[in-house]
Design a binder for this molecule. Structure first.
Ligand code: 13P
Length: 260
């Protein structure tokens, strides 16, 4: 297996640009002190838009091995779309990634699967790797749709992509986000396997094998290794715990916490 584990921190609407600089600096020092091998486990942060220029400047000036991305992107290239941010602008800030279709965007901003697909395409067209989020609500899970909903969400988004494209999937069950009610590692594995099968069906076996699938939802230092040891779980999309350097660094260093 050649998929590099990926630990991503989604800061959501937290930390201004000064706080962002402080966090990224401390994270870099902490991981350097721990002799973290960034080639073995990739690390990225997803700050608010207003922080990105500061993070870019810091990462470039200090040649930090930490990557970064935005939390959203417009489906449009440019024009009269007040408040929107174009993929080209993110590319100019050297964003490696952009999150699309987070459940909070789907819930509070009425993003449909089609919009999520269009955002994935906007990212791709600007050379940015989309991190496509899918996941079911508690009601959908209780209705027996725990697998059907995320795979259907993914299938629609994948219509915007082609075999060989570089993208990341994040399985984030809505009921596990910010609740402390993390999915079991077995659940995360089962869903990741179903999502990988969906990719294989849509874009072929090779693309499916090369695509990283992350689990997100109440990931902490204590439970991260349990997910990462699963064959189809290739990383974590971390919310709350990514705002604390020691917690996030602990998740990045999950290999030190593995107990088989
Ligand atoms: P928490 O880690 O706070 O549950 O958030 C998960 C998430 O939504 C990451 O995108």
């Amino acid at each position: 297996m050649t998929r590099t584990p990926f630990i991503a921190g989604n800061w959501k609407m937290n930390l201004d640009h000064l706080q962002a600089i402080a966090l990224v600096q401390k994270l870099a020092w902490t991981l350097a002190d721990a002799r973290h091998d960034f080639a073995a486990v990739e690390v990225a942060v997803f700050p608010p838009f207003t922080d990105l220029r500061s993070v870019q400047t810091l990462v470039q000036a200090d040649k930090l091995p930490i990557r970064y991305g935005a939390q959203d992107v417009s489906v449009h290239a440019s024009g009269a779309y007040t408040g929107e941010v174009a993929g080209a602008f993110l590319a100019r800030l050297d964003c490696a990634y952009v999150i699309v279709g987070h459940s909070e965007r789907r819930q509070y901003h009425a993003e449909t699967d089609e919009i999520v697909g269009a955002k994935a395409r906007a990212a791709k067209e600007n050379g940015i790797v989309p991190v496509i989020c899918v996941g079911e609500t508690l009601e959908q899970r209780e209705a027996g749709e725990a697998t059907a909903i995320p795979t259907a969400q993914l299938r629609t988004a994948l219509a915007s992509l082609a075999p060989g494209d570089d993208f990341v999937i994040a399985y984030e069950p809505v009921w596990a986000i910010g609740t402390g009610l993390a999915a079991t590692a077995d659940d995360a594995q089962a869903m990741s396997a179903a999502l990988r099968a969906t990719i294989a069906d849509a874009l072929g076996e090779e693309t499916a094998e090369n695509t990283r699938i992350l689990y997100g939802g109440s990931v902490k230092t204590e439970n991260a290794a349990g997910y990462l040891k699963m064959p189809d779980v290739d990383g974590a999309l971390v919310g709350g715990a990514s705002l604390d350097v020691d917690s996030f660094a602990g998740i990045v260093r999950f290999q030190k916490h593995v107990t088989f």
